[in-house]
Write a protein that binds this ligand. Sequence first.
Ligand SMILES: [Zn+2]
Length: 229
Amino acid sequence: MKWISDLIDLILPRYCTVCGGILSPGEQDICLNCLYQLPRVESTRMQEIEKLFWGIIPVERAASYIYYRKGSPYNNLLHKIKYKNRPEIATRLAIAAAHELQESGFFEGIDAIVPLPLSKKKERKRGYNQCDYIAEGLSRVSGIPVRKGYVERTKANETQTHKSKEERWSNVEGIFSVTKPWVLEGQHILLVDDVLTTGATIASCAKSITALAGTRVSLFTLAYSCNRI
Ligand SMILES: [Zn+2]
C-alpha cells in the first residue's frame, strides 16, 4: 500500500537521522545522500582493529562497519540505537554491513553469533539490548544462528569515559561468564558489540569464550571509535 505510506509521509514527515532533512518515500532512517556518504571503515583498516587484541586474545577476524568520530552527525545513528528506543536502526545497518562482509568471506566457518550481553539491570532499564538487534541483522543475511543467554555480564562496569587505558582494561576483567559452556564449546563464535573503542570490554567477553575447549572468536562492531583520524 504505497499510497498509504506516501500519505503518512505527507501528514507526519520522517526525518533523516544524520542531516535532519525530510525523508522521501522509500528512504528509511537516512536519506540517500547521507547513505551515500556513510563513513565506512575501509577494509584496509581491519588489520589495525585486529591489532588492538594482539597479545591479549586470539582473534580470528575483526570488522567494524562505520566510524564513530567526534562531532560526526553519523553518531546520531548510534545515539538513537542506544538511548532513543530505535534499536531497529541497528538491524538495518547490520544487514547492510553483512552484505558487504558476505562478499569478503568474513562469515566463513562461523557457527554462531553471540551479542555482547548488558547487565540485567541495564537491559531492564533500557528495555532492550542493542547488540541483539545487530546480531539479528547479521544473522538474517548470513543465515548463522544467534545464541543469546549463554554468556552473561555478572558485573555492571562503571563508566569507562574518564579512565586511563590501563584502568579501562583492569576495570572489565572477569565481568562476563559463560552460563552454558557446552552450547558454545568447539565453535567459532562471532561476538557482536555496538561501538569499539579500546576493545577492553569485548576482549573481556571474548576471553571468557576462548577459555572454553576448542572455541575460536571473531569480532564485529557496528562502529569503530577512532579519534586519531
Ligand atoms: Zn540525510
